[in-house]
Every structure is written in C-alpha cells, then in structure tokens.
Design a protein around this ligand. Sequence first.
Ligand code: BGC
Length: 271
Amino acid sequence: MELFGLDIGGSGIKGAPVDVGTGELLSERVRVGTPQPATPGAIVESALEVLAACGWEGPVGCGFPAVVKDGVVRTAANVDESNVGFDLQDALERETRHPVRVINDADAAGLAEMRWGAGRGEKGVVLMLTLGTGIGTALFTGGRLVPNTELGHIEIAGYDAEMRASDGARKREKLGWKKWSRRLEEYIRHIEDLLWPDLIIIGGGVSKKFEKFMAHVDVRTRVVPARMHNAAGIAGAALAASEVLSPADDGGSGSDPAPPPGRRRPRRAPP
Ligand code: BGC
C-alpha cells in the first residue's frame, strides 16, 4: 500500500509517498521551511504545499512534535503555544478530503525503526530517543508502542532534560562532543534507572555522528544508532496511518477490504 508520510518539525515540514510494505520512500522528500510563528493555520498551509508539490491525493500519516491525542495537539514545547487544543487531524482531513492520522513525531520515527530499522525483531523494552531541537521519546514493549511518552522533559539537576542534553543544546551552547556526551550519559543513566530498557535507539540528525559521542558514554544498556535516518519520521507516520486504515488482527477485524490506495498526480515543482 502506498500512503503519504508528513514529518512536521520545528524547522522543516518534510514529506514523501511511502511504500508501507517496505518503508521505502517512493520519491525524493519535499521540504518546506516551518512557518514562523508556527501557528495552526500556517502549519496546515505549509503541509498542504508539501502534498501539492508531490501531487498527492490520498490518505496521509503525519508526525507532529508534541503530545497528540486523537488528532488533537496537547502540548507545545517547540511549536507555537496556539497549537495547544488544535485538532490538526480534523483540519488536515477537511482540507485534503482524505483520511489523516496525526501522531507524535518521535512515536512515528520509533514505529519505523521498530518495523524496518534498528529495532526490528526486538521484543523487550525498547526506547527510541530522537535527539534534535528537543528530545523525543518512543517506548515499545513486545513491539507495541506506548504512545506519547515525554521523557525528554524529565528534570535533571533542576533543568528540563532536553534543555541540557538535546542536540539543540549542543549547538546552542557550542559544546564539544565530549562535553555533550557527558550530558547525554547523565540523561541516559536517569532513564535507565527509571525504565530499565533492553535497548536504546538513538535517532535524529546527530545519530550520523553516533561514534563520535557514544565513545564517551558509559551506560549499562545496549545503545545503537537508528538506521533509517531522516526517512524514519516520514515512513513511520505513513505506517501509523496504514494501521488505522487496515487495522491489525489484535485491534480490528483484519479482514476489512483494503482502502483505495493513494494516487499521485503529476508532480509539480515545490513552491
Ligand atoms: C516534545 C515532544 C517531541 C520532541 C521531539 C519535545 O520537546 O515535547 O513531543 O516528540 O520534542 O520533537
């Protein structure tokens, strides 16, 4: 099945059609800058631009950098406050006239890594950390997601953890790898004591430099880099949408007729 994955972030909104059987992006990602301020109306408009640039007509999965319950944005750590309470899923459904599923961005990336990447086949407690502007977390047990964990916001030394240990903090404070890895180690040790995970997957752009910082991080849990890099958020969002459209055997009938696949119109140049 082919579905569209959208990954809304603090600095960019990215999207591509995805083969949800393989996790493959079926064309180059299209990216537009996240409007500033990132208000609900402006975000929806930019998301529609990405869909139009890809000529997509069909169901959409979308990751958003906040707690999302039933399509409604519930927090706003790295987006405009006015998003709190906004039913992004409903707004996108009305605009596109197609089914849309909106979930937390780290949950989307985690779903993709568990299905096609570093977490494939892992049955224990797996925690995906996305290290970007903030720290996103996705928690899995027995391969199932516990949605909307916000473990990037645990308090360490009196601070919100993501203010000290995210990649955003490293850049903002111009920290060297060694100094930043101390903070990451402190963060992971806190998490380990709370959750005792079997595996930690590190995602986010900085995961490409995994060896550079993990060489200095001494923790008891097995820690591995994400494998799907910047495709994870897009592919995982599409996967989440596909699970709603054709529910798995543990939730839905499993024998529902397949939904009509998405169609692509001739591609237009990104605006
Ligand atoms: C937000 C999370 C999000 C993460 C990564 C955090 O500040 O609270 O919901 O997943 O950033 O974008």
